[in-house]
Design a protein around this ligand. Structure first.
Ligand code: SAM
Length: 391
């Protein structure tokens, strides 16, 4: 892990830390370094600017007597720039304790304080009063954009999927409603998420869903894996790894380096054999309480993907894998009970939730004891659960 990613991780975790812990972070890393992490994040989160007149806004981040000024130049159809304060025409100054910005970005989604910044609107009078209406409107719009970057937005994953260009909603697939329901308990956590399959066809780099996950999991570290090198996508909290999901050894090596993961999503080749190899290699690296997601179960029925023609998917398919997990979930109920210690999946599959074409496998402790083996007919009769046999 580089120093930068160690710092990023510490800043993210500070979102739910005490004032004293955040002060400790600032003492160790310095205000400059922490502000750089925060500004990267603000730039990633900002909504698209709507003001057609460029506006320069200052964000003053304070810590005790220290102060760091960052000036953002915001205008429609251009990436937001951080510019030199010298020569900028600052229309608004927002002053905030740096600890408050850490909490706004990396605290819980419902973390809101009634007031956590000072605002100086139009610190100097515009040179030409005739410009005032336009300056006022553009400054308000640009301020809205900057504040959007300083918050954890309420998220509709479907809208986010469409905005980033993923096919998880409103394409051939309708997955994001399921994701939103299944992922809600993880949203505020500093999750580590791995998605197999980064996407991007016809020479496009892809990364739509990785950006969507980074946006949704505002404290998360997102990893993607693809056959093709997509490391140009790398940015804070998002890392694109190269490898083949059909290579169990390579998967274990990457999981040793970057895992364990809270969430793994298989949106790769959708070859049935690959789905099984990846599950067997990576499920052991999912944390207890985490989820393993398999998309595109329909290929269980497509022979060209190694699926089965007809109405009953075979044991080698993704649906066959899910059926075997249901058997493992109920291994204590089997008669006779299996001999020997439980397998990884018997021991740790705690739930299997299947929606059309997508499955969520929950990892946990599959520890409920089944009905004891000695509960024979006599014992059931003693309980009054069945009538005694007639003589
Ligand atoms: C459907 S796209 C992923 C789309 C992306 N997850 C999204 O929602 O925007 C499938 C990706 O899987 C990758 N892929 C195909 N076979 C693979 C393999 N054996 N190992 C890893 N990635 C593979 C492809 O290169 C492609 O980028």
């Amino acid at each position: 892990m580089t120093t930068d990613s160690a710092l990023l991780r510490r800043v993210v975790r500070s979102g739910t830390a005490s004032d004293a812990e955040i002060a400790g972070l600032l003492k160790d890393a310095g205000l400059d370094a922490v502000v750089r992490v925060l500004v990267d994040e603000v730039l990633f989160r900002c909504d698209e600017p709507v003001n057609t007149t460029p506006v320069d806004l200052a964000l003053d981040l304070t810590h005790g007597s220290e102060r760091q000024r960052v000036v953002f130049r915001i205008v429609r159809d251009r990436p937001i720039e951080v510019v030199d304060a010298e020569g900028a025409v600052i229309r608004r100054e927002l002053r905030m304790d740096v600890a408050d910005l850490v909490r706004r970005l990396f605290g819980r989604a419902d973390h809101r304080r009634a007031g956590d910044f000072h605002d100086i609107f139009l610190p100097t009078r515009p040179e030409r009063l005739a410009d005032l209406p336009d300056v006022l409107a553009a400054t308000s719009q640009a301020s809205g954009t900057l504040l959007s970057g300083c918050t954890v937005p309420a998220v509709d994953l479907g809208a986010l999927s469409v905005a980033y260009g993923s096919d998880k909603w409103a394409s051939f697939h309708w997955y994001t409603a399921h994701y939103q329901k299944e992922f809600a308990p993880y949203r505020d956590e500093p999750v580590r998420l791995l998605e197999i399959g980064i996407g991007g066809f016809d020479g496009q780099l892809g990364g739509s869903s990785l950006r969507m996950w980074k946006r949704y999991f505002h404290r998360g570290a997102v990893f993607g894996l693809d056959l093709f090198d997509k490391s140009a996508l790398d940015q804070p909290r998002l890392t694109a790894l190269t490898g083949d999901q059909g290579d169990a050894g390579a998967l274990a090596a990457l999981a040793e380096e970057h895992g364990p993961f809270d969430i793994v999503i298989d949106d790769g080749s959708h070859e049935n054999e690959h789905v099984r190899i990846s599950f067997e290699a990576l499920f052991p690296y999912v944390r207890r309480g985490g989820l393993y997601v398999i998309e595109d179960l329909q290929t269980s029925y497509f022979p060209r993907f190694g699926g089965t023609a007809g109405g009953v998917a075979g044991p080698g398919t993704s649906v066959g894998l899910l059926k075997s997990l249901l058997d493992d979930l109920h291994y204590q109920e089997q008669d006779p009970k299996p001999d020997g210690p439980p397998t990884v999946t018997q021991d740790t599959v705690a739930g299997v939730r299947v929606y059309r074409n997508i499955a969520f496998i929950e990892k946990g402790v599959n520890g409920e004891n089944g009905i004891p083996g000695w509960m024979d007919d006599e014992a059931w009769v003693a309980l009054g659960a069945i009538p005694p046999a007639a003589d």
